[in-house]
Design a protein around this ligand. Structure first.
Ligand SMILES: Nc1ncnc2c1ncn2[C@@H]1O[C@H](COP(=O)(O)OP(=O)(O)OP(=O)(O)O)[C@@H](O)[C@H]1O
Ligand SMILES: [Mg+2]
Length: 266
């Protein structure tokens, strides 16, 4: 499996345990190869083996500088696809991570890909991202004739602060002897109007999120939510995929299910 990091922020690179600021060839050189007068660097020349066994074509912040040049390539949209021709058959799966912002890297990724997975942060603005993407998809269709039909959407950080039960805190409170005594000796007071208002707002927010999720489900053939889990952040910090760092965490289990669907694609 190969991961191609096309995001200058290089979070996929760091997440696989490779220091993005380390010197060495990276996707900057590969993209610049598309411009006349620059040395030809192939993806196979920059691939690094990572600890989890995944091959990586790393990103670098320098890629920010490559993007304006790409508009001068003879075929700006096709630089990545072209760069992949020689290695495509050497891997069962190649994942291309793109930046969240619209630009040549996203368009190159979409143009090179056989399948598209859209990742959305859970929140009320998730749908705005979907609308922006639809615009990019129809631009690619109009200009290049390639139909981009996303196969899957993944809504990450699902339920952050809203759907997860605060089980750890609750458990702590229940076993706290002072809390128990307080509950015995003091009558629980009536909820204040502020408490009631906060509870009402919490319920409304939950409803709005579920409506948003429902909207998303109408737009993609398959939609997965990945529960909010601190294991994701920990895994990123340690430079390991969640599949290796915490496969049994709620997020790890969700990603396994997602991986199983992806493995059924042709
Ligand atoms: N299921 C989850 N539970 C908890 N935190 C998560 C989860 N998924 C992602 N995160 C956290 O949210 C942040 C953004 O995650 P994401 O995977 O979108 O990162 P990214 O690709 O680096 O962001 P972007 O490409 O949008 O700049 C990270 O800090 C990550 O640790
Ligand atoms: Mg990203």
């Amino acid at each position: 499996m190969l991961v191609i990091d096309c995001d200058p922020q290089a979070n996929a690179t760091a997440g696989l345990g490779i220091d993005p600021s380390a010197s060495g060839k990276n996707m900057y050189e590969v993209f610049m190869s598309g411009i006349d007068g620059f040395p030809k660097v192939m993806i196979q020349d920059i691939i690094k083996k990572t600890a989890s066994g995944i091959d990586l074509a790393p990103a670098h912040l320098d890629m920010v500088g490559a993007e304006p040049y790409l508009y001068h390539a003879s075929f700006p949209t096709g630089v990545l696809k072209e760069a992949l021709t020689n290695i495509k058959n050497q891997y069962s799966y190649i994942f291309i991570d793109t930046p969240p912002s619209v630009g040549q890297f996203v368009i190159n990724g979409l143009f090179a890909a056989d399948h598209v997975i859209v990742t959305l942060d859970s929140g009320l603005f998730a749908l705005n991202g979907v609308t922006t993407l639809s615009t990019i998809f129809s631009d690619i269709k109009n200009n290049l004739g390639k139909d981009i039909i996303p196969d899957m959407a993944i809504v990450s950080r699902w339920g952050e602060g809203l759907f997860q039960s605060c089980s750890q805190t609750e458990a702590q409170e229940k076993t706290d002897i002072f809390t128990m005594l307080r509950n015995i000796f003091y009558k629980p007071h009536e909820p204040s109007p502020e408490d009631l208002k906060a509870e009402e707002e919490h319920k409304n927010e939950q409803t709005r999120l579920l409506v948003t999720l429902n909207e998303i489900k109408h737009r993609f053939p398959s939609v997965y939510t990945v529960p909010y889990s601190s294991a994701v952040y920990e895994a990123q910090k340690r430079g390991m995929p969640i599949s290796h760092f915490a496969p049994g965490s709620s997020a790890g289990i969700a990603y396994k299910t997602i991986a199983e669907e992806v493995m059924r694609w042709n």
